[in-house]
Design a binder for this molecule. Structure first.
Ligand code: DC
Length: 219
């Protein structure tokens, strides 16, 4: 029997960082579902497939092979694309790709298969609602748009990207609206998810809280 922890929440809430740290500490396999959408987006970019070309997308999905290997490395058709899927062209293309129903269906099966027989922590937008509605622990990790904008600015600074606070905040608010009102798989808190607001917490505090919640459940 596997033990499943689902972490959902909006962009910039810290899901990626927190999930990795909690997974490492508790020996849970960390599955980043966003990376699977990124692989599909990269494949479409490389094969020059447009969003409207459903037949081509289906053909491509029938052939695609995505693997999550140790050390959080992602392989697409045998090639290590861990870094490549974080580049700007993929960043820009992945959001519309993640709303295509046939893509979501294919990745739903893949995400469920990866988890089989393992103890996992999985982060995304619809893990507690759609992928694993029976997950053992569900967390909805949130922070105010202002705090998420502040964190994004810090990240951007490290990468040498210079954008104003106002621009980033606007972008985050737009994306929240799009993500939570879209017809396909909107971002939504599961009714039985524990709501965790990280606005006034640092990374270690959030990690500690989540570990306590998981340990309590595992008892
Ligand atoms: O978390 P991320 O930025 O790597 O996610 C990439 C894209 O995939 C993002 O636009 C949201 C989408 N996504 C999704 O719709 N459902 C998930 N379970 C994970 C990501």
């Amino acid at each position: 029997m596997s033990f499943i922890v689902a972490i959902d929440g909006p962009a910039g809430a810290g899901k990626g960082t927190i999930t990795k740290l909690v997974g490492d500490k508790l020996n849970l396999v960390n599955i980043d579902t966003g990376a699977t959408f990124r692989c599909v987006a990269l494949c479409m970019l490389r094969e020059n497939i447009k969003i409207q070309e459903e037949d081509k997308i289906e053909d491509m999905l029938n052939k695609i092979n995505i693997e999550m290997r140790p050390n959080d490395e992602i392989f697409l058709n045998g090639e290590n694309v861990t870094k490549r899927i974080r580049e700007n062209d993929v960043n820009d293309f992945v959001s519309p790709i993640s709303t295509i129903p046939v893509v979501r269906n294919k990745l739903l099966n893949l995400q469920r298969n990866i988890a089989k027989g393992q103890n996992i922590i999985m982060e995304g937008r619809d893990i507690g609602t759609v992928v694993f509605p029976n997950a053992d622990v569900k967390i909805y990790l949130d922070a105010t748009p202002e705090e998420r904008a502040r964190r994004r600015i810090l990240q951007n600074k490290e990468k040498g990207i210079d954008v104003t606070y106002e621009e980033v905040l606007e972008n985050i608010k737009d994306r929240d609206k799009r993500d939570s009102t879209r017809k396909v798989a909107p971002l939504k808190r599961a009714e039985d998810a524990i709501y965790l607001d990280s606005t006034n917490l640092n990374i270690e505090q959030v990690v500690d809280k989540i570990i306590k919640i998981i340990e309590e459940k595992r008892k």
